[in-house]
Design a protein around this ligand. Structure first.
Ligand SMILES: [Zn+2]
Length: 448
């Protein structure tokens, strides 16, 4: 095989003999060869430019081509290098010299292989995992061959199997002898909350890295304190309590979200609502709840809650942000109130008043399965967005193989493909629900 070199540095020339030697034993060492297109159908391509960019955890090389090309890439050890073959391709003499040496790439050489194929060899300072893909022409660019050289980290199966799911406790408000509020058409709050809770359970469980736990699965009465205990026993990372609002004026409408407040209610409405939701428990449940707690206990309790409240407000805002697309939002911010059900120390909790059951139109919505689906999806997105940022350590959602900086023409699909991950996993890990990615945005690549 003849390999006239276009590389210029002295080091490259001395390396040439070594390189030729290594090629002799190449076949057994080939790794990461990317299957390409049928070469018979492809016309000769010309490399018009080579660009290099450094990103977190990898270096990206972009070959601008004047047409599609069939390529393969593989890594070699001792010394570490990457060999890129592009079939029926040509590159102007000296073009590789445009790539300046950096901490990863020590030198670059190029040559002709099999008479009309192009071979480019990158001498590297360390072992990398190469990934490559072709990009079709866009408004700004033509055909591109993209090579990503990722820092090689050896994943161990032990750490993989240890990753747990984030646990979401779903509490359907009221139940059994406590029907909650009742709409003008006779809809009971307890029925609606259970229906939405069951939909939410399915949607949460469909998300990679999250697991739902229903606090009540059927129409039965549960004390607030038992709800909290159940969430704690399930080791929940958060709890969402589902309710439907009611108000004497049937025009009142919209969704609201509440988080616990230390000093009590943040608005008069919140205070009244808390009294109303808590009253059920005083009527039907554990009447000793209040007298049992002494002042010191309460202070300690509240202190342990402050961190959790921050998280609760954060989760609440994410859910509220998603609900805006589904329903009118009654209060633009997450409200704070002293609901007993939210008083689960160390479990961030939010209470969602999905809509006003006392408003005839919203009552119809609450009963409609399509509206319930929308609400459930919105909550799931909000929860997912929060945990993609703030997942507890040791969970799948907290772990990433590497970080990737989005380039101009990237899509969720192209990034999933190039990193060999499932698209829905990439979305779950990043709380990505829109398709428009921003160049420069950092995406976490999930562990498999
Ligand atoms: Zn309620």
């Amino acid at each position: 095989m003849s390999l006239p070199y276009a590389g210029t540095s002295k080091k490259m020339k001395t390396d040439r003999r070594k390189f030729l030697k290594s090629l002799a034993g190449l076949s057994g060492l080939a790794a990461s060869a990317v299957p390409g297109l049928s070469s018979a159908a492809i016309a000769a391509a010309q490399v018009q430019d080579i660009r290099l960019s450094k990103n977190k955890g990898y270096v990206r090389l972009v070959f601008d081509l004047d047409g599609i090309a069939d390529h393969s890439i593989f890594a070699l050890k001792d010394p570490n290098r990457i060999v890129l073959d592009i079939k029926k391709a040509k590159m102007p003499h000296g073009m590789v010299d445009r790539l300046q040496a950096n901490s990863l790439i020590r030198s670059v050489r190029s040559g002709v292989r099999n008479g009309n194929d192009l071979r480019v060899v990158f001498d590297l300072s360390k072992e990398v995992k190469p990934r490559s893909f072709l990009l079709a022409p866009s408004a700004q660019s033509g055909h591109r061959l993209v090579i990503d050289l990722h820092d090689k980290r050896i994943p161990t199966n032990v750490t993989k199997s240890k990753k747990r799911d984030v646990i979401i406790a779903i509490d359907a408000g009221h139940g059994g002898r406590d029907p909650g509020a009742t709409g003008r058409s006779g809809t009971h709050e307890k029925i609606i909350t259970l229906q939405i809770a069951k939909r939410l359970e399915k949607d949460i469980n469909a998300q990679r890295g999250m697991k739902a736990v229903l606090i009540r699965k059927n129409d039965r009465y549960m004390r607030l304190r038992d709800r909290i205990h159940k969430a704690r026993d399930a080791r929940a990372d958060m709890m969402i309590s589902l309710h439907a609002d009611s108000f004497p004026d049937p025009r009142a409408r919209g969704s609201s979200i509440y988080a616990l407040s230390v000093d009590g209610a943040s608005s008069e409405t919140a205070r009244m609502l808390a009294e109303k939701e808590n009253a059920a428990d005083l009527l039907f449940g554990d009447v000793n709840l209040a007298v049992e707690d002494q002042m010191v206990k309460e202070v300690l309790f509240d202190l342990s809650l402050t961190g959790t409240i921050e998280s609760s407000l954060d989760i609440g805002s994410e859910i509220l942000g998603q609900l805006k697309a589904v329903n009118r939002v009654h209060k633009k911010k997450v409200q704070q109130a002293g609901f007993a059900v939210l008083k689960a120390p160390n479990i961030p909790s939010v209470l969602l008043e999905t809509a006003f059951i006392s408003n005839p139109r919203e009552e119809r919505n609450l009963r409609s399965s399509s509206h319930q689906k929308k609400v459930s999806k919105a909550i799931t997105r909000g929860v997912s967005k929060y945990f993609s940022r703030k997942a507890p350590p040791g969970t799948w959602l907290a772990s990433s193989e590497c970080e990737y900086e989005v380039c101009n023409n990237d899509t969720v699909a192209s990034i999933s493909q190039q990193h060999n991950v499932i698209e829905s996993d990439l979305r779950a890990r990043n709380g990505l629900y829109a398709d428009n990615l921003l160049a420069g945005q950092v995406i976490k690549i999930p562990v498999s």
